[in-house]
Design a protein around this ligand. Sequence first.
Ligand code: PLP
Length: 422
Amino acid sequence: MNSWAEISEQHLTANYRAVLHIAGPDLPVLAVIKANAYGHSAELCAPLLARAGAPWLGVTDAEEGVRVRNSLTTAGMPLTCQPEVLVMCGPAPEDADAIVHHHLTPVVWDPAQMEELNRAASATPAQLSVHLEVDTGMSRQGLAAGSAFNRTLEVLGKCRHLQLTGVLTHLASAEVSGAAQTREQLAEFSHLLTAVARHRFRPRWLHVGNTSAIDNAKLTSEPSDPVTPMAWLREFADRFGARPMLRSGLALYGHALPLDSLTDSRLHPHLHPVLTWKTRIRSLTDVPAGAAIGYNATFRAARPMRLALIPVGYADGLRRELSATNTRPGGWTLVHGQRAPIVGRVSMNLTTIDVTCIPEARIGEEVTLLGPGITAADHAQIAGTIPYEILCGIRPTVRRLVAPLTSEPTFAPVTTAPVPSI
Ligand SMILES: *Cc1c(COP(=O)(O)O)cnc(C)c1O
């Protein structure tokens, strides 16, 4: 095995609790496990988050949703006790039957999606629950104000086999304190919801906000007006007779983006990285001073060095930007708790690290690529990207839980409080 990822059950559960705590009472949090739980394995994480009480899980597409449903069933959860599963990227036309069959809830915004789902749902007695995404200013996914808005809602209203159970939008600048864009997006959300209500839809859930929105206490407020986004969302949902909900992914895995200077992260002190990515030393070489190391001799040994070879490279998601030259340090790994810097270029499947000063470094010794002491944020900074891309990009041979479930858990059914009508 070239590399593996250890997933900490305790940290995942503790992070979810920390997010709930910061979000405050009565604010459920949809646990985002799209993109294979940001590289952590959606199938490993889904049962743990369900046990931690997540009422909703968010997946990328129907295929991932089916895998998640199966993982919950395999973990012993009857369907009626499983969280709802939101297909966040919307349905591909060929996925409609699988969505109905596996009780997934698709995000929709386009009449063609609604009609296809309505056709698929007509095969079963129950209505298919769908969430409408409205575009409030990101110009990415969702139904925006304009000529198609009312027409699309009319189509949805005619789809008898569909039930609109939620409306959501996504914020583009949630990590920016007091961002004008966020204020504008929330105002637009309120405006579009009023229009949705005029079409006599009574969505049960309204959701908005990601990890940074939860973290960013001053999201919507001027410095003189300390309204938290959570308070705003609660009040807002109340006005529409719906339940408010937040969505969080990054924080569940133990990370949060730095917020801009005005606001301290409230989440960060409570988060613990869930994933540790490891490999083992494959071989050791002693090289004399002057030896060229790796492609194009971008690094030359200034003194005799002991190099360890690890069987991981950019094909596994170890970013090539972590390469080091003599003048520009790159990334590092940890061997026996000590830093072993990457030397020369990261190649496709192989990387050399400097273990000259680590006598414990032997063939077969564990090497930590990501984990305590070398975080996804460190890799992201060196590679000029965001921790999301680092986490999603790693390809360990296997991912496994480090604290497997022992005791038989009991499941409370996911209950939904009755919602007064508008
Ligand atoms: C990915 C995603 C999230 C989660 O974002 P985090 O920053 O990881 O918390 C929330 N909402 C939507 C619509 C997303 O696509």
